[in-house]
Design a protein around this ligand. Structure first.
Ligand code: G3P
Length: 221
């Protein structure tokens, strides 16, 4: 089994944007041991700067659009993201939904092996996305995002059911879970439920002691 993933979505939190994003990346680098793959999901503005820092943390984009180089004002064009150091991307996050065609087209234009994590609100959406063969699917019930109760406590069945459903459709897709994840116990529970890692944001970006939270997230691995 590959190393579990701790994927921290910086969103547009002030504590994870511009120079604060650089600081957070360094904190992640310090917490990253060899038991987990740490991923920083940066804004498009911060991605190149973070990707240029020499760390073991993978820097991913929060979103990409299936467009080429040319007349696409304001879109997030994949080739430039790769050139600037993106090592993966989220797509279809609950805060940036797209249709299945968007995901399908995007996957078809990315190089083999470039990790894409498609987010799903529920088991049905996860199944539909699994047909498209993304690297990861992250199940995140939207109502729990940004809240205090981890999906692994509030709705453990959605995690285990998503793992089962996704593997039935496409065994090569790896499943993550997220929403409300805050600590190492939540990570341990996620793995127990069959997920291969977690996707989280506010547990880190709003933490009083970011270093302590990051250390705790990997403590049980
Ligand atoms: O992308 C991660 C996210 O949507 C979960 O957010 O704040 O509940 O960890 P949060």
């Amino acid at each position: 089994m590959e190393r579990p993933l701790i994927v921290v979505n910086f969103k547009t939190y002030a504590s994870a944007s511009a120079t604060e994003a650089e600081r957070l990346l360094q904190a992640m680098e310090q917490a990253a041991g060899d038991t987990a793959t740490m991923v920083a999901v940066a804004s498009a503005f911060d991605l190149a700067v973070l990707a240029n820092q020499s760390t073991n943390v993978e820097v991913w984009s929060q979103h990409l659009d299936p467009v080429g180089l040319g007349g696409y004002t304001g879109w997030l064009e994949p080739q430039t993201a790769l050139t600037r150091g993106a090592k993966g991307s989220l797509i279809n996050h609950a805060e940036h939904k797209v249709d299945l065609d968007h995901v399908r087209s995007l996957l078809s234009m990315l190089p083999d092996g470039f990790p894409v994590c498609a987010c799903a609100a529920d088991v049905e959406e996860a199944k539909a996305l699994a047909e498209l063969n993304p690297t990861f699917i992250a199940v995140e019930p939207p109502e729990l995002i940004g809240g205090d109760i981890s999906v692994t406590t509030a709705d453990p069945a959605i995690v285990s059911d998503t793992v089962a459903a996704v593997k039935a459709v496409n065994p090569s897709v790896r499943v993550l879970c997220g929403a409300g994840v805050k600590n190492g116990m939540d990570v341990a529970k996620a793995l127990e439920l069959g997920a291969e890692g977690v996707l989280l944001a506010s547990g880190v970006t709003k933490a009083k002691d970011v270093h302590a939270v990051l250390a705790d997230l990997v403590a049980s691995l």
